[in-house]
Design a protein around this ligand. Structure first.
Ligand code: HEC
Length: 232
């Protein structure tokens, strides 16, 4: 049948129109079926890609740490060397949004629920004037170095039981390293500890060996030197 015929028939009687209708309906059904089939197919194909792949593979999932299963969490030294210092500091500045409700960081900033954090990294623990620290944090003593800050930010209440800092902690070493770097950039600028696999990157800072020495010096200072010696 031709277009002409059927439209003529349509005007004249029911049959031609019916045919045309059926044909059209058939195409509609076909198209719908095709569409459905395609969407099922594409679902099959593209879904496999969908489940968001974590940016970094091999995260240690909290609470499921099994010895021997999967890579262990990287060390603070490794995390501190995982990207150029400036990038890590920028990442830390972002992560710092989690701290802002209680802390200020600019020099001379007010104490809030928590003390001002300018100069904290590399400085003595619990030493900001005008802030009422918990006795427990004061008792920790020493200097905020990479290791102390790492443990503190992992879980403040576990590290210093009785602390007034109501913050659950950061489960990812990457976040803790970034934050410590950021605090350090607003603090004493402690040298970044060397990480052997990334020795080249650390060497680029020109302080690889010096870093170790100074880190030890800080550790020694922590071991009992009068923190007053380190105050500004
Ligand atoms: C809910 C409020 C709150 C949040 C959020 C918070 N803190 Fe604190 N922070 C405190 C308080 C309160 C103290 C004092 C703790 C004490 O005296 O026991 C403190 C103390 C500290 C200290 C020790 C300061 C010193 O002078 O020795 C550091 C370092 C610190 N916080 C870092 C952070 C960082 C980094 C974050 C974000 C990841 C953060 N805090 C989030 C309330 C908070």
């Amino acid at each position: 049948m031709t277009q002409d015929n059927s439209s003529q028939d349509n005007a004249a009687g029911q049959t031609g129109g019916g045919d045309l209708f059926n044909t059209a309906a058939g195409w509609v059904l076909f198209a719908a079926g095709l569409g459905l089939g395609l969407s099922i197919l594409s679902g099959k194909f593209f879904h496999g890609d969908k489940p968001e792949r974590p940016e970094k593979l091999g995260y240690v999932i909290e609470g499921v740490v099994e010895e021997g299963a999967g890579p262990a969490e990287m060390s603070m030294a490794e995390a501190l060397n995982m990207m150029p210092a400036a990038e890590l500091i920028a990442a830390g500045e972002k992560a710092y949004s989690k701290c802002q409700s209680c802390h200020t960081i600019d020099p001379g900033g007010a104490n809030g629920i928590g003390p001002n954090l300018a100069g904290v990294m590399g400085g003595p623990v619990a030493a900001k004037g005008g802030f009422a620290y918990s006795a427990e944090l004061k008792a920790l003593g020493g200097t905020w170095d990479w290791d102390k800050m790492n443990q503190w930010l992992t879980n403040p209440k576990a590290y210093v039981s009785g602390t007034k800092m109501s913050f659950a902690g950061l489960s990812k070493i990457e976040d803790r390293a970034a934050l410590a770097m950021y605090l350090n950039s607003k603090g004493a600028n402690l040298p970044v500890p060397t990480f052997v696999a990334d020795a080249a990157a650390a060497g680029a800072e020109g302080e690889a060996a010096a870093a170790e020495g100074e880190a030890e010096a800080v550790a020694a200072a922590e071991a009992g030197t009068d923190p007053a010696a380190a105050t500004e």
